[in-house]
Design a protein around this ligand. Structure first.
Ligand code: ADP
Ligand code: ZN
Length: 758
């Protein structure tokens, strides 16, 4: 989608709820369960005033659920059936901008509103006050006032309790015992004897406050101009700005200026990063600039921390959150700025649950709450570029690398002209994945004591294992996908469902021994070849499954930065924003990898990814170079990368899509029909095709088996609705699905603006 639409949400309203004369007042309450609309509940008079946004508990069937007051009751439930709100919770009301986002997101993605609300109430325990701990205060001045015998230990504890600074929260038994130098049992004994009073203590977790007045680095004239533009935007309410600059141009430093401006106004800031766990160094940069860490938000955080942060955000005590896409649904009461870093990244599109694009929904959230939105990227998405060209988004360019660092020179290595030469593995010739020109360049780079990054976006050892005797290919029992060998763990793994099994000794089909052969390279296999060819180099494999957690990732990045590694063999986790001063050569092992497959954005994504990887090379004094191994050096993507010409590439890409009416010039909605029974799935697909909407400028393709025809044992067929931009597809799809009766056990998933086409 291009920018937020104007459809007004059905229920979000801050108007006071009218009191119905004589009858119990009723309000609509949205529950975080898969319901399309809010339910009516009666408001007990003693609970008034109850207003939209209030978070309450209500009965639902036999359960009790939290919910959010969404607006006035619809009055279509008979008075006698109306159940009362049980409790209004002691948390700030859900901000109206967030309620609007929930409505908007539900209407746009066709997900049930309650399911979207669930993302905004993702930590239900955060709705209750934290459980108090027990603290102890002195109740008497002297032990003689009690029946307790005055031992030394007791006297010390009582003294410590009396001397505890009143400004600090009362100490726990352990704190007090430690201060007095005795065991905690003494403290409890004093409490039982009446010398100490136990008191419940609720402590707010510490939230560090970033300091916007700290000076940032001296900005170059380009950067200063960009920073001025962003500061001005940060003062002026809702707008969308594309901050476009090559890698290393200082986009982060520049948008930090907008963050400083917003913090100085006392408002909250949200920064979304793709794959937050892998960009572990970002919080450190933030701390270097503002003197305190931002609050993190992503699904890997411990639950207790999520609860604390959710509450602190809701109470307005968190100035800055840096998070994954789900952070967009946090209840910021005063959000003053949203930054989407690497806005082009596909990770902002959620594929499971509610399929929404956080980049697009950020614009909706910004508009609903009057907050400016900054989209930062070196390779902005076609959608965003077109919005900027059309003037819907402001455009702030940063044309040069900071500090005069040159952009790397990019060349292709034509694998047809320079085929890789076999090497000896345990006395036998082994296939090579590195062509002579790349090996030469690696050699010279290492001799200069500089670093090499070999990029291959494929985890594991080999993407396919087959039997040389019978041709059997090892595939997942649950999916139509090959099993990927992970040699260092001696495992075969399905990258789609997580199935794994030990590597078999014999072919499971014909029983032949020693006949299983790995086909094609993954990062582990390239590492094996590199280790043999450069035996003294220190090498490391960096992939999402070798970096266990953000801390490990940050640690590795630091080691690379400090020069403790010579060669990094990495997947896309190495593509993002890291800065390695000694890294001067990037070798792309298979530049063609992302171009195959029927993905609408294949060329665009390959361009973005390879551009981003290239940006890792040569940042400071040492110029960098990039060698891309390809069999298609004349492909427009390769030509654009070599020429450094994103503009032309995007124009050609735009033209191609315009001709065929593909996004962003047309609209797509994917329907994925799935179920355990293949026959039922096929029939359901056909029934959907028969009931497809017939309207001008609307076309329905399929059903056809999905490329991933079986996933987790579910058979999958796809239909694709393609429409002109002017068509409002949501009502069409809604009516379509409502009219087709699906057999039991068959599900249809709707994906508006699909990114994945598997
Ligand atoms: P981008 O986000 O565009 O890739 P960064 O903001 O990460 O660029 O900047 C690249 C590197 O240059 C970082 O190490 C950053 O600290 C440094 N840098 C950028 N601008 C300045 C500046 N004005 N003064 C000092 N260092 C800077
Ligand atoms: Zn599988």
């Amino acid at each position: 989608m291009t920018g937020p639409g104007a459809s007004s949400p059905p229920h979000a309203s801050d108007a006071p709820i009218a009191t119905l004369f004589g009858a119990a007042r009723r309000v609509a309450v949205l529950l975080p369960v898969p319901v399309e609309a809010p339910y009516d509940y009666a408001v007990p008079p003693e609970m008034e005033p109850v207003a939209p946004g209030d978070i309450v508990r209500v009965p639902l069937g036999k359960r009790i659920e939290p919910g959010v007051v969404w607006g006035e009751g619809a009055a279509d439930v008979p008075e006698t059936k109306l159940r009362p709100i049980l409790e209004r919770l002691d948390v700030p009301p859900m901000p109206s901008a967030l309620r609007k986002l929930v409505d908007w997101c539900a209407a746009y993605t066709l997900a049930p509103a309650g399911q979207v609300l669930r993302m905004a109430l993702s930590v239900p325990e955060a709705l209750d006050p934290p459980k108090p701990r027990t603290g102890y205060t002195a109740r008497v001045a002297d032990l003689s006032e009690t029946a307790l015998r005055a031992t030394d230990a007791r006297k010390k504890v009582l003294e410590a309790a009396r001397a505890w600074p009143p400004a600090e929260p009362p100490p726990s038994a352990a704190d007090l015992a430690r201060r007095a130098g005795v065991g905690a049992a003494v403290v409890r004994g004093l409490a039982e004897g009446g010398a100490l009073a136990p008191v419940p203590v609720v402590e707010d977790p510490e939230i560090a406050a970033p300091d916007p007045r700290r000076a940032g680095p001296a900005l170059s004239p380009d950067q200063a101009r960009a920073a001025d533009a962003l500061r001005a935007a940060a003062k002026a309410g809702f707008s969308v700005t594309l901050l476009e600059g090559v890698t290393g141009s200082g986009k982060t430093e520049v948008y930090f200026e907008a963050v400083a401006e917003t913090l100085a106004q006392g408002r909250q800031v949200l920064v979304l990063l793709p794959e937050i766990a892998l960009t572990a160094r970002w919080p450190e940069r933030f701390r270097a600039r503002f003197g305190a860490l931002p609050a993190p938000w992503h699904s890997d955080l411990p639950r207790a921390q999520r609860r604390d942060i959710w509450r602190a955000v809701a109470f307005g005590r968190v100035p800055v959150v840096v998070g994954a896409r789900s952070a967009l649904f946090l209840p910021f009461p005063d959000l003053g700025l949203i930054i989407i870093d690497e806005e082009h990244d596909g990770a902002f599109k959620q594929e499971d649950g509610v399929p929404y694009n956080a980049r697009d929904m950020a614009v909706v959230r910004g508009r609903a709450g009057g907050a400016p939105v900054v989209l930062a990227s070196a390779t902005p998405s076609l959608e965003t570029v077109l919005n900027a060209r059309a003037g819907r988004y402001a455009h702030v360019p940063l044309p040069r690398r900071h500090g005069g660092a040159a952009l790397p020179t990019i060349k292709t290595v034509d694998l047809r002209a320079h085929p890789p030469e076999k090497w000896q593995r345990q006395g036998l010739p082994a296939p090579s994945y590195l062509a002579p020109p790349l090996l030469d360049a690696m050699d010279t780079t290492l001799k200069r004591r500089e670093q090499v990054l070999l990029f291959l976006n494929r985890r594991g050892y080999a993407p396919l294992t087959l039997c040389r005797a019978c041709g059997h290919r090892l595939h997942c029992p649950n999916c139509s996908a090959w099993l990927v060998e992970h040699r260092h763990r001696r495992m075969l793994q399905c990258h789609h469902c997580g199935y794994h099994a030990p590597l078999p000794e014999t072919c499971p089909s014909c029983g032949a021994a020693d006949a299983l052969a790995a086909c094609g390279p993954g990062v582990e296999r390239v590492a094996e070849e590199v280790a043999a060819r450069f035996p003294t180099a220190r090498l490391v494999v960096a992939a999402s499954d070798t970096l266990l957690g953000p801390a490990a990732a940050a640690d590795l990045m630091e080691r690379i930065e400090q020069g403790a590694v010579d060669i990094v063999i990495g997947t896309q986790v190495m593509a993002k924003g890291h800065h390695f001063p000694l890294l001067t050569l990037v070798g792309v092992v298979d530049a063609d990898l992302g171009l195959s497959g029927g993905d609408l954005r294949a060329a665009e994504r390959t361009f973005q990814l390879l551009h981003q990887v290239s940006g890792r090379a040569g940042r400071a004094e040492r110029p960098g170079r990039v060698l891309m191994q390809t069999v298609e050096p004349d492909h427009p993507v390769m030509r654009a990368l070599v020429a450094g010409d994103a503009e032309t590439f995007l124009s050609v890409e735009a033209e191609t899509r315009q001709v065929v009416g593909m996004p962003p010039f047309g609209r797509l909605v994917a329907l994925i029909v799935s179920g355990l029974d293949e026959r039922a799935v096929i029939d359901a697909g056909k029934a959907l095709a028969r009931g497809a909407p017939r309207a001008p400028d609307v076309e329905v393709l399929g059903p056809a088996p999905a490329p991933l025809a079986v996933l987790r044992r579910q058979h999958r067929h796809r239909l694709l609705l393609k429409a002109a931009r002017s068509v409002r597809v949501q009502p069409l799809v809604r009516d379509w699905l409502a009219a087709v009766k699906l057999p039991p056990g068959v599900r249809v998933k709707v994906d508006v603006d699909p990114y994945g086409f598997l």
